[in-house]
Design a protein around this ligand. Structure first.
Ligand SMILES: Cc1cc2nc3c(=O)[nH]c(=O)nc-3n(C[C@H](O)[C@H](O)[C@H](O)COP(=O)(O)OP(=O)(O)OC[C@H]3O[C@@H](n4cnc5c(N)ncnc54)[C@H](O)[C@@H]3O)c2cc1C
Length: 378
């Protein structure tokens, strides 16, 4: 394969297969692939895209995307500069600056080692720190937006650097401006995090509570909480390793229902399932911390629809955690899309709930994306 550096710019690889850069281990090639170590190299990628009138895609750790079997007909820019620096620390908080390509879990590990609180429940989430902001990663009652102070971004149209505040980022559940209103407008370059120096344990989630009560630990340390999260997650989410099946974690999002929507779900479950499933639904409602919306785990709906272990081609619904779709070897993007469609349509037909997919579909046509979102059997 040909690979050439620009005048004095980054190495650009034409027709680079993307499969190896994704945790699903699926996907065709990028027309051009740029490893960007510095701001000028991001700008070189922007120029390359403009010069060839091609779309640009920023690829982090590839743990929240499904790349089409045809690949991406554009420029893929892959940040590679890592590093964490503590800018300020006092009795109350520690402020650190993190380069976009730093592995998110290394940021968490480092914070725990420094006795800084606020992201320990986000342990073992794969991917880069920059990408963590895109869908505002969250788990076990914490989300990255809670500790973000500011973010440095590069504007894709001008190559200029800007600093955005947390409120500029429009964070919500699995959303930010980076995956909604300003999708594709910015490259995240570095983030500034503010962590607490006093204990702020968040042990509300049932799995976390059960873990510590089984061990009779009442006031776990920061390191014990990180270990608990890793142990709990490892049982449910096959951390992407070849032998356990490529995946992108949760393929489907959980539901956040109004009282009215919840009542509709209750009626549908009463109609289509046994009293056992109805009792489980009511139990879930009681057990989950809820604000004004009622959080229903989509895994429960997939499970009661009998879809655990369902397989199409090389793609399979995970038996242990049915939110996860696995590449059981040789799965194509088409297999995954067909399986996701089947799951969404079955859940919709039996429970009335429209479930959404979490990963970004890269290199698919608008028609393919619209088709995969259509819920009636066709
Ligand atoms: C086993 C497993 C468990 C997971 N568990 C969780 C979980 O508990 N909670 C959760 O929220 N997520 C979870 N995820 C999803 C995923 O890890 C996160 O969304 C993660 O933040 C994605 O990071 P990435 O670097 O792999 O991003 P990629 O998949 O490479 O990209 C994701 C999106 O971010 C954009 N992007 C990446 N880097 C940048 C940048 N520097 N600037 C601008 N845009 C950028 C991409 O263009 C794309 O739109 C899990 C995934 C796996 C495989």
């Amino acid at each position: 394969m040909q690979s050439y550096p620009g005048a004095d710019g980054p190495v650009v690889k034409p027709q680079e297969p993307l499969k190896a850069y994704t945790t699903f281990k699926i996907g065709g090639p990028a027309r051009f692939f740029v490893h960007a170590t510095a701001e000028d190299e991001f700008r070189a990628a922007l120029s390359l895209a403009a010069q060839h009138s091609l779309p640009l895609f920023v690829l982090g750790g590839g743990s929240n995307i499904l790349v089409s079997d045809r690949g991406f007909a554009g420029v893929v820019v892959h940040p590679v500069r890592r590093g964490i620096e503590i800018l300020h620390e006092d009795a109350e908080s520690a402020i650190s600056e993190v380069n976009a390509a730093e592995a998110w879990d290394d940021v968490v590990r480092y914070a725990v080692e420094q006795n800084s609180w606020g992201i320990e429940n986000l342990s073992h989430i794969p991917g880069q720190a920059g990408a963590a902001l895109v869908q505002n990663i969250g788990a076990y009652g914490q989300q990255v937006s809670d500790v973000l102070e500011s973010v440095q971004v590069m504007e894709v149209t001008t190559g200029a650097l800007r600093v955005l505040s947390t409120s500029d980022c429009g964070f919500g559940y699995r959303r930010s401006i980076f995956n909604t209103t300003a999708r594709g407008n910015f490259i995240i370059v570095k983030l500034t995090l503010r962590l607490a120096k006093h204990a702020r344990p968040n042990l509300d989630y049932p799995d976390v509570r059960a873990y510590f009560s089984e061990r009779s630990v009442e006031q776990p340390s920061l390191a014990e909480i990180r270990q608990a999260i890793i142990t709990i997650r490892d049982r449910k989410f096959p951390y992407p390793r070849e032998e356990r099946g490529g995946n992108v974690g949760s393929f489907f999002m959980n539901l956040s229902l109004t009282e009215r929507e919840y009542a509709r779900l209750q009626v549908n479950i009463e109609r289509d399932f046994s009293s056992r499933e109805l009792a489980r639904l009511e139990e879930i409602r009681k057990g989950f911390p809820s604000g004004d919306k009622i959080r229903i785990p989509t895994a429960f709906l997939i499970e009661i629809c009998g879809l655990k272990g369902h397989r199409i081609g090389g793609a399979q619904v995970n038996e242990l955690q049915p939110l996860v779709l696995l590449n059981q070897g040789g799965a194509t993007a088409q297999d995954v899309i067909a399986l996701a469609k089947h799951v969404r349509r079955t859940v919709h037909a039996r429970t009335g709930m429209a479930i959404s997919i979490e990963p970004e579909l890269v290199g698919f046509t608008k028609q393919e994306i619209a088709d995969s979102n259509y819920l009636e059997e066709g």
